[in-house]
Design a protein around this ligand. Structure first.
Ligand code: ADP
Length: 488
């Protein structure tokens, strides 16, 4: 029921010209309408109150005069005798006494019109605040109350007429009406003007925001909206908008860097391949040594390129949240064992040792976990000179529901400044050292992939390294029971 009426209201709003108005115009109209309503209500209440007070005052005076007259007549021997007394009615009240034929036998003011004239000018429908027992007479600009009282004195019928003028009050009330009308209209116009001016001023930051948003182009992402000094919703909006732009700019720059780095990385193997194919076309047909060397080099470059493209595709899928993980309850020891065994098979010039491999169930995607371990192991081999040692250990952390997996090597190490940056895409610590270590230079993407995989499994990675002494990557992997609880 409520939702139906809400929908009806919405339809009405959409049909009305209000919905396509500017916010400032809407606010102005709404506030002006509310103010108009308040002004009209105040004027009506004030006007009616004043009317009632003035009429009531006149009526009370007549009533007092009538009561005093009643008491006076009762105290005197007769009406005639009482009429001879002084100050029969209070000032402002006019008394007229008529006999049964309507002839005036007494009056305090002879200027008042005859009873017939009074009767002819009696207001047929007096205002609702007027006393129903009295007549309201309107004669040109003059308005007065007329109350009657019947008296029988010594068998004779008399009618006493009391008059009280309300002309001055009526004039005042008419003036008041005009004044209230002018005040209401003036108030309405001022509210419209002030509302328009104020709402425009208040909403200025929103207009600035729209202007800035319009000017923002991919090439000009450094523009920011000016934050208003007041700490209000609009300054909050401006700040949020600017923060959003900061994030967008950062993301955009990162994207640009990523694209240029990727093309740069791809250019080198392509150049090498082109160089070798030139060499082969010139000498390869005759010289088998050149032919073998060329084919081997082209193959190696193509493999590097394939590796780079696969890594790029992995990160692109990860960014687009399209990299699907098939998580299950698995024994970490089996994955570690498998990864180390495969590494040992391909590593001839380093000593790879698995010092501890404790069992522990983790909730993970085994394929990506293996991929992550391969990255750490390959790096250890790459950045450790021949004859070096690579040690892997996986232990349950005492007191904590997690496993501690350590990849340690005694290779070239990573400088402290570089340690924070190695997880960034395409970041490679000083490549001359890499070459000095006699290893193949990498792409700078391995650790970015490893850190994404770690993030997906709530794994914490720490680096401990000393230049020339070796590197340790310490992984804290939560055990399945802990993860299950967190997921619930
Ligand atoms: P890359 O393909 O260059 O190895 P990674 O993202 O895997 O890219 O690593 C980033 C950089 O971190 C490497 O270029 C290297 O300088 C440094 N690094 C990674 N692992 C090690 C390690 N075990 N010993 C020394 N340096 C390392």
């Amino acid at each position: 029921m409520l939702s139906k009426s809400k929908a009806a209201l919405r339809r009405l709003y959409l049909k009305s010209p209000l919905w396509c108005m500017k916010i400032s115009t809407k606010i102005t109209c709404l506030y002006a309408a509310i103010l108009l309503l308040v002004l009209v209500l105040t004027s009506v209440i004030m006007g009616l109150g004043t009317y009632y007070t003035f009429y009531h005052e006149a009526e009370t005076e007549i009533k007092i005069a009538m009561e005093r007259m009643q008491e006076g007549i009762e105290e005197s021997s007769s009406l005639q005798a009482y009429l001879n007394e002084k100050d029969l009615v209070p000032p402002g009240i006019v008394l007229r006494v008529t006999d049964i034929t309507g002839r005036i036998v007494y009056e305090t003011d002879s200027h008042y019109p005859s009873l017939d004239v009074l009767d002819a000018n009696r207001v047929k429908n007096p205002p609702f605040w007027a006393n129903k027992d009295m007549d309201v007479v309107k004669l040109d600009r003059f308005v007065f109350y007329h109350a009657k009282m019947d008296v029988v004195d010594h068998g004779q019928f008399y009618q006493l007429h009391f008059f009280r003028t309300i002309t001055a009050e009526n004039v005042f009330l008419e003036d008041l009406q005009i004044l209230l009308f002018i005040i209401t209209i003036a108030g309405f116009i001022i509210a419209l003007a002030a509302g328009y001016f104020l709402s425009r001023r208040i909403l200025q930051p929103i207009r600035d925001l729209t202007q800035t948003a319009r000017k923002i182009e991919v090439e000009r992402m450094d523009r920011r909206i000016e934050v208003p000094p007041a700490k209000d919703e609009l300054s909050e909006l401006a700040l949020t908008f600017n923060h959003m732009l900061d994030r967008l700019e950062r993301g955009f720059k990162q994207q640009q860097r990523f694209v240029s780095d990727a093309s740069h990385e791809l250019r080198t193997p392509v150049t090498v391949i082109l160089g070798y194919s030139d060499l082969l076309s010139r000498w390869g047909r005759k010289d088998t040594k050149v032919l073998d060397e060329g084919i081997a080099a082209i193959r190696s470059e193509a493999e590097d390129m394939q590796d780079l493209i696969e890594k790029l595709l992995f990160l692109a899928r990860a960014d687009q949240k399209r990299q699907i993980l098939h998580k299950d309850y698995v024994n970490l020891a089996e994955i570690v064992d498998d990864a180390v065994r495969k590494m040992k098979l391909v590593t001839k010039n380093h000593t790879v040792t698995l010092t501890a491999n404790e069992a522990g169930t983790i909730y993970a995607d085994p394929a990506t976990m293996r991929q992550m371990m391969r990255i750490f192991l390959e790096n250890a081999v790459k950045y450790t000179p021949e004859g070096g040692h690579i040690t892997i250990s996986s232990r349950r952390m005492p007191g904590e529901k997690a496993m501690k997996l350590v990849f340690a090597d005694d290779g070239i190490g990573i400088a402290e400044d570089d340690q924070k940056k190695i997880f960034e895409r395409f970041y490679r610590a000083d490549s001359s050292r890499t070459k000095a270590a006699g290893s193949v230079g990498g792409t700078g993407l391995g650790l970015s992939i490893a850190s994404w995989i770690a993030e997906q499994h709530d794994i914490k990675i720490e680096v401990e390294s000393q230049l020339g002494e070796g590197t340790k990557f310490i992984l804290t992997i939560p055990l399945a029971a802990e993860q299950k609880k967190e997921n619930n």
